[in-house]
Design a protein around this ligand. Sequence first.
Ligand SMILES: [Zn+2]
Length: 85
Amino acid sequence: MENTKEKQCPQFPYFGAKYPDASCSDGYLWDLDSYDSDSGGCTKGGEDPCPFCNESEYVQRLKDSEFSEIEIEAHIEYLNKKYNY
Ligand SMILES: [Zn+2]
């Protein structure tokens, strides 16, 4: 992992909620709705790449899901603008 910047990625809707339900940890997204107060962490997630700090892997994932390059570019731009990353 070559991401050494301290900047925290924004939380955003990802796991199907209308509110921000995804939180990035080391380049992968975790479902905030799965937060477990006993362990102090999320129990669901860790497999989906973060679009902010792990963009290349996120884009690859979208390509595998048969999104077009134009759709993907627009989506990334939208996220970056909306969350001012
Ligand atoms: Zn991130």
